[in-house]
Design a protein around this ligand. Structure first.
Ligand code: PXL
Length: 276
């Protein structure tokens, strides 16, 4: 019975359908035991709400890790998302070095930017710290914007194979073993995911919907991590996650004024179906 235990490190945005409120249900639906190390508690996410509160848990994180170490608790995989600081990245690197079982994959979603821009909380110093985490990744799961910030390649809205190859190679040069690059659109009405693993490039194209939603990167990375831990190949996990996110975006388009996130919950049965 494949019942893996994954650790995910990211914030709790109490309202906003992102980070841990996405990762927990999605990983659970995949049939994976999801353990968490929350990096901060925010009243909402930071994109579109104003006046949100934030309780930084940077100082709690090493204490949590120390307790796990004492209890000899280890994990079959580690998946990181939105983090807040260099100190948090240091704790994650310590977990990678000490809290994982042999061969457990490290999945890094460098959640920090979209549409050509960094999220409000981040600057280039954080981008540089994130490079240290990418260097430890078995799978890095950026969107095009994040890949550009990490590699120093200027952001372009329209991309071709050459441009995508430059991003993939740049991420591998940083130390990532495999790259799952999302939002790669070569044709009108179509977008997709480029998977670069062991020197091999594969591409999965899917429908590009007219609406876009905040938080889809978190839904994508969570579904990818869950599918991978359940034994799917990286390409199959990338495809399943893409099909699931498309479904969630399609569902969200039917709602009135659901602006802050994607309604991924009603589509969880579809994810479970895709995993069969
Ligand atoms: O990965 C999305 C995300 C997660 N957590 C917080 C955010 C965002 C994006 O804006 O603000 C706190």
């Amino acid at each position: 019975m494949n019942y893996p235990k994954i650790l995910t490190v990211q914030d709790i945005s109490c309202v906003g359908q992102c980070s841990l409120t996405v990762a927990l249900p999605v990983l659970s639906a995949c049939g994976v035991e999801a353990c968490v190390m929350p990096s901060a508690v925010l009243s909402t996410h930071t994109c579109g709400f104003t006046g949100f509160t934030c309780r930084d848990l940077t100082e709690d994180m090493p204490q949590i890790a120390a307790h796990w170490e004492k209890e000899k608790i280890t994990f079959d995989g580690l998946y990181t998302g939105y983090l807040g600081s260099e100190a948090q990245i240091n704790t994650v690197i310590r977990l990678i070095n000490g809290a994982l079982k042999q061969g457990a994959p490290v999945i890094v979603d460098p959640a920090m930017a979209d549409n050509g821009k960094l999220y409000p909380a981040f600057d280039m110093a954080y981008v540089n710290q994130m490079k240290r985490l990418v260097a430890k990744a078995d799978y890095v799961v950026p969107n095009i914007t994040e890949a550009c910030f990490l590699t120093g390649v200027p952001y372009q809205e329209n991309v071709d194979r050459n441009y995508v190859d430059t991003l993939l190679q740049g991420l591998v040069l940083l130390g990532a073993k495999s790259v799952i690059l999302t939002g790669v659109s070569y044709r009108e009405g179509e977008t997709g995911v480029a998977v670069y693993e062991s020197g091999k490039y594969e591409y999965y194209a899917h429908e590009k919907l007219k609406n876009s939603c905040h938080g889809t990167g978190d839904i994508y990375a969570s579904a990818f991590a869950g599918a991978l831990l359940k034994g799917k190949t990286a390409f199959d996990a990338a495809r399943i996650a893409a099909d699931y996110v498309v479904e969630a975006i399609r569902f969200t388009a039917k709602l009135d004024n659901h602006w802050y996130g994607a309604a991924f919950e009603p589509c969880l049965p579809k994810l479970i179906e895709l995993l069969k």
